[in-house]
Design a protein around this ligand. Structure first.
Ligand SMILES: NC(=O)c1ccc[n+]([C@@H]2O[C@H](COP(=O)([O-])OP(=O)(O)OC[C@H]3O[C@@H](n4cnc5c(N)ncnc54)[C@H](OP(=O)(O)O)[C@@H]3O)[C@@H](O)[C@H]2O)c1
Length: 325
């Protein structure tokens, strides 16, 4: 099969198509003939040598795929050869074939094509487990996502809105702000022209925001803590602008705040399987009714993965970038 290898750590040019043997499914795994693979920011970090694959994972990049099952390992009983699925994988997605634990596969919603479906697992799993499981976002609460136009952000806006939250977002350009509002944000704020914290404090009538999903970190941390409402929850899923921050702990006590975070890739197969079940039960019905739609900004043939990474690095995309096979 053709796969994209990271020849050495570096820029997009180190992503090279290579010919290599297709993997074989082990117990409770399936082999997927990949139709499309989502590109995620962690793939860029892996390429730069800053996010090594967890033990046992393929060193081929790619955290999500969609395609057709061509073989089932022993004990992989849910799926049959010929089934079309999308899946969260811990590596190996940038390839013509990919193995994945059967519990990490989801059916393709009938109103979603394979290319769009490839961009759904990583964002849906991440938003579900953080915003709804850890963050316990409830209908009627206010929700803020930073990086609202990202792959994660465009999913978070739609999911929070579909579950009845008041949704706010931040983004760095007018076009991104407009996209966030089209997707369901009551108000998106261009953080380059407006200080988001006072703007949101005023939009929430001085109460602050109940749940914040943040990928920026660093300088945002104390501003997020100051913006949270009583019993507010901060979910940290990345630290794009720094892992160190100072916080007013007195505010954490006074407001009875919860500060948490998580990563998805290193979690066990069973944990990922449990998230897959929850996503299929709670989120897939909303995809079927069109309340949540994948937002695909651009597609590139697998062999041109380097161009896909350049686009993501430019930061001009809104939603997902997907590789097609
Ligand atoms: N913890 C987890 O389980 C988990 C899982 C998946 C992804 N993630 C993380 O979630 C984030 C979003 O992933 P994605 O694939 O959706 O990425 P993406 O589409 O490239 O989005 C990144 C967003 O971050 C904003 N941003 C702010 N500061 C930035 C900086 N210094 N460099 C680059 N972007 C910056 C950009 O928005 P503006 O242009 O509006 O600033 C951009 O829309 C990534 O950091 C990723 O590592 C975490």
């Amino acid at each position: 099969m053709i796969a994209i290898r990271i020849a050495q750590r570096g820029g997009p040019e180190v992503l090279q198509p290579v010919d290599m043997p297709a993997p074989r499914p082990g117990p409770r795994e399936v082999l997927i003939q990949v139709a499309a693979a989502g590109v995620n920011r962690p793939d860029l970090m892996q390429r730069e040598g800053k996010y090594p694959p967890p033990p046992g994972a393929s060193d081929i990049p790619g955290l999500e795929v969609a395609g057709t099952i061509t073989a089932c390992g022993s004990g992989a009983v849910r799926w049959r050869v010929g089934d079309q699925v999308c899946a969260l994988v811990s590596g190996g997605g940038y390839a013509e074939y990919c193995v994945v634990p059967d519990v990490q596969c989801l059916p393709i919603p009938s109103n979603v094509d394979l290319v769009s479906a490839a961009g759904m697992p990583e964002a849906c799993f991440t938003v579900w487990t953080n915003v709804f499981e850890r963050g316990r976002l409830r209908s009627g609460e206010s929700f803020l996502v930073h990086g609202g136009a990202s792959g994660i952000g465009t999913t978070a806006i739609q999911m929070a809105r579909a579950f009845g939250a008041r949704v706010f977002a931040t983004a760095g350009t007018g076009a991104k702000v407009a996209a966030c509002e089209r997707l369901g944000a009551e108000r998106a704020i261009n953080y380059k022209t407006t200080d988001f914290a006072p703007a949101l404090m005023s939009l929430t009538g001085g109460n602050g925001v109940d749940v914040i999903l943040d990928m920026v970190g660093g300088p945002y941390f104390s501003r997020n803590v100051d913006l949270l409402a009583l019993e507010g929850r901060l979910l940290q899923i990345a630290v794009l602008q720094g892992a160190k921050a100072e916080v007013n702990l007195a505010r954490v006590l006074r407001q009875r705040l919860t500060i948490t975070g998580s990563t998805l890739r290193a979690r066990s197969v069973d944990e990922k399987g449990a998230i897959a079940d929850a996503v299929e039960n709670a989120v897939w019905p909303l995809v079927h009714t069109g309340k949540i739609r994948p937002v695909v900004y651009a597609t590139f043939p697998l062999q041109r993965a380097a161009e896909a990474h350049r686009l993501m690095e430019s930061g001009s995309h809104i939603g997902k970038i997907v590789l097609t096979v």
